[in-house]
Every structure is written in structure tokens, then in C-alpha cells.
Design a protein around this ligand. Structure first.
Ligand code: URA
Length: 437
């Protein structure tokens, strides 16, 4: 019988766990023998004390082996993409079909909202009918036929991550470098992709606030990939302000579709293109600038939008919502927040907007909370743009006035307006991984 208390106490006191102990703890949790409160205590101890490389690799292994491995057959190179989490981060909805249009197949396991960040699965569920609960067989066969599938962790596929992810979301144990690494890498390693491309977010709205932390994370994830024989690359991208102009599930799907139609926004387009370019460099040996050019051209061609539409239909979604995103769910109430003075928007805190979106109903505060798919925030004036005093900068969407009040209070101090316009600048901070061209 597992002595979970002893393992919690050892981690609490800064000790290390053996591989067999981590495996036993994860097995017991998935089997229902270790309850949520013991797992929460261990996760909190791990968040505060950290895990060394051997423990992180053991945790990744235990999580990925908690379910079945998914073997995907495809004539095209198999590439996976994952973000460490951000605010307004709808990049997968653009980058995945773009990768398909560039000749890759993308079998992707995604997550739900985590902490103040959004999750691809919640966003996708704003398309009526779209199913992300797929069996391993269905998942592999959709990728084989259509080049992409996006699915949730399930009882058969990385169940440990499904359970730990939901628990971390509501116990203040998201912000841990080894827990994020094992969560992401277990999902990626459970599927037979040849290459893993990570979008490592850095800044105020990311789990890694500064460049050193983001680099440490990327190096750890790359080393875990290597330990499991997989090629892993990382693109570090900025997350100080939300990506694009939409934060919240249906709002973000709408914006991703606009991007696939060639209607921007520029920052989202830049990040999606960079991730696709990284795959071209790794698999085809392209040089960075040449690869970015190819990805940009593919995005502009509109082909990726067609891929997304076909995939939505395949996973049961109603394609009319892709053709006309105004049909997507809309929240019952809205409120505009105005600029305190005239000038240029100098800062829009991604962290504050992410927390506010959660209060508006776009994320969960308890495991059993339902999401309001139409809730969120629209950025009417972004960083660097001119505003007049009293002009609306943010538009909040929610189901009730109480939620709007709570989010408005939280957003006090989330924006700065200055006399000088800040330059937009690139969102790509640096690239890490094997022999980059
Ligand atoms: N994405 C994941 O899949 N897991 C994390 O812990 C953070 C981001």
C-alpha cells in the first residue's frame, strides 16, 4: 500500500523522490487510491520545493504511461506544437492548419484553460458539435485521413495529465517549471510525432515572467525530449500584452478564423508563422527567413482556412460557424472601459486581462465550474495605438453585471497611457533547439 503521506512530507522537506515512488504515486492517483487532497498537497510541495531532472523525467514517464501510446500512420512528417500558456493565445488554431497546409501532419493533444491562461479545448468547444473526446483509434485515423486532429487527454490517453491539470488549475500549483514541463511533454510524447515545436511564452501574462526562466524551461523540455528520443525545438515569444485583440473562448475562435482569412492581427500571424517556420527548418532543412516566407505565403493563400474547416467538420463541428463566426456564442452583457487620459496605450497587462477574463466566466475557479463560451475581453485599442481621453480601450463580455463589476475592479491599473508611442517590435524573442539554420 502506498504511503502518500511519507512522499508528501519528503517533498515538503525538500527531499527527492525515487522514480518508483513517483510512478506509484501517479498510479495510485489515477486509480482513485490517492485522493485529490493528498495529490494537491504533493503538487504544492513540488511547486514550492521543485523537482530535479530525474524526478521531472520520471513524472513525465509515469504520466505518459498512465494511458495508451498513440501510434499515428502518415506519409507526411508528424509534427506537434504546444504553447506553455498565455492570454489571448489562440495560436494553435492558426498554426496547426498552417502546418497541414505546408505538408505536415499534426496529431495534437491540447488542454483546457489553466490558471489565468486560456486552453485550446475550451476555445474549440465554442463551435457547436465539435468533439475533442476521441478514442486513440479515432484520433490516429483522423490524422491519417485529414492531416490533423486536436483531442483532449482522456481515460485512455494521458489520463494522469487530465486529472492533474484540472487539479492544478484550482489549487495554485500551475506556476511550476517541472510540473508544466511534465504536463506538456507527457502529452507530446504519448503521440508518435517526429518533432515537437514549443511556443514558450515569456512576460507578464506567461508562466515564465523573465527570459532566464523561459530559457531554463525550454532547455528542460528539450532535454526531456532528448531523453525520450524526440527532437524538440522552442520558440520563445512575448506575452506582456495579450496576443491579438481577443481574450475568451468564442472571441478567440473568431479572431483565429479572421487570421486564417488573412485579416491579422499581425502579432498572432507572426507567432503562428514562426512556429510553422521552425518545423520547416527542422524537418526540411530550410533556412529561417526562407521558411518564414514559405509559411507566410501559405497563410495568405487561404489554404489553411480550408484545412481548418474540413477538420472541424470531421470532428463533428458545424462548419457554418467557421464560414460565419458571428454565429459563435455571445455573452449576454457587455461594458466598455475607457482610457483615463489621452495619448498612446503603453501597457495592457496580460496577467490582469487573463485574471479578469476568468472572473467574466471565460475560465474556471473550481474544477466543476462551467465556462461561459461568449465571455471575455475585446481590445479596442492595443499597445502603441492612440486613444482620446474617455475613449473605450477594452470591451468586457459576461453573463451578469456582477461579473462585469468584479472584472472592472480587477482591471484598475491594468493599463497605462503615455505621451509617446511605443514601437510594436517583433514578438519572437529567441529560438532554441538542435542546429538551427
Ligand atoms: N500547458 C500544458 O499542457 N500544461 C501546463 O502545465 C501548462 C501549459
Amino acid at each position: 500500500m502506498l504511503n502518500a503521506v511519507a512522499l508528501i512530507e519528503r517533498k515538503r522537506d525538500g527531499g527527492a523522490l525515487l522514480r518508483e515512488e513517483i510512478t506509484a504515486l501517479i498510479r495510485a492517483y489515477v486509480a482513485g487510491e490517492a485522493p485529490d487532497y493528498q495529490m494537491s498537497a504533493w503538487l504544492m510541495a513540488a511547486t514550492i520545493r521543485g523537482l530535479d531532472f530525474a524526478e521531472t523525467a520520471a513524472l513525465t514517464d509515469a504520466m505518459l504511461r498512465s494511458g495508451r501510446m498513440v501510434e499515428v500512420q502518415s506519409m507526411r512528417p508528424l509534427v506537434d506544437k504546444h504553447s506553455t500558456g498565455g492570454v489571448g493565445d489562440k495560436t494553435s488554431l492558426v498554426a496547426v492548419p498552417l502546418l497541414v497546409s505546408l505538408g505536415f501532419s499534426v496529431p495534437k493533444l491540447s488542454g483546457r484553460g489553466l490558471g489565468h491562461t486560456g486552453g485550446t479545448l475550451d476555445k474549440l468547444e465554442s463551435i457547436p458539435g465539435l468533439r475533442t473526446a476521441l478514442s486513440p483509434h479515432e484520433f490516429a485515423s483522423i490524422v491519417g485521413r485529414y492531416g490533423m486532429a486536436i483531442a483532449a487527454q482522456s481515460e485512455e490517453i494521458v489520463p494522469a495529465d487530465r486529472m492533474l491539470y484540472a487539479l492544478r488549475d484550482v489549487t495554485g500549483t500551475v506556476q511550476s517549471l517541472p510540473l508544466i514541463a511534465s504536463s506538456i511533454m507527457s502529452k507530446k510524447l504519448a503521440v508518435s510525432s517526429r518533432l515537437i515545436v514549443l511556443d514558450v511564452k515569456v512576460g507578464d501574462g506567461a508562466f515564465f515572467r523573465d527570459l532566464a526562466q523561459a530559457e531554463e524551461f525550454a532547455a528542460l523540455a528539450i532535454d526531456i525530449g532528448k531523453a525520450f528520443g524526440r527532437s524538440t525545438r522552442a520558440v520563445l515569444t512575448k506575452m506582456d500584452a495579450p496576443l491579438g485583440r481577443a481574450v475568451g473562448n468564442a472571441l478567440e475562435v473568431r479572431e483565429a478564423i479572421a487570421c486564417l482569412r488573412g485579416e491579422g492581427p499581425a502579432d498572432l500571424e507572426e507567432v503562428a508563422v514562426a512556429l510553422a517556420a521552425e518545423a520547416l527548418c527542422a524537418v526540411r532543412g530550410d533556412r529561417w527567413e526562407e521558411a518564414r516566407g514559405k509559411a507566410q505565403e501559405a497563410l495568405r493563400s487561404g489554404d489553411a482556412l480550408g484545412r481548418l474547416r474540413r477538420w472541424v467538420t470531421t470532428q463533428g463541428g458545424d462548419p457554418r460557424f467557421v464560414d460565419d463566426p458571428t454565429l459563435l456564442p455571445q455573452a449576454a452583457r457587455q461594458r466598455d472601459l475607457a482610457a483615463p487620459r489621452g495619448g498612446y496605450v503603453a501597457r495592457l497587462s496580460a496577467r490582469a486581462l487573463g485574471d479578469a477574463a476568468r472572473l467574466l466566466g471565460a475560465g474556471r475557479l473550481r474544477k466543476e465550474d462551467a465556462i461561459d463560451l461568449g465571455a471575455g475581453i475585446e481590445i479596442l485599442r492595443g499597445v502603441g495605438e492612440r486613444v482620446r481621453e474617455g475613449e473605450a480601450v477594452l470591451r468586457l463580455f459576461a453573463g451578469s453585471d456582477a461579473q462585469l463589476d468584479a472584472a472592472q475592479a480587477l482591471l484598475e491599473g491594468a493599463m497605462d497611457v503615455s505621451d509617446m508611442a511605443a514601437g510594436a517590435g517583433s514578438h519572437i524573442v529567441r529560438r532554441m533547439g538542435e542546429e538551427q539554420a
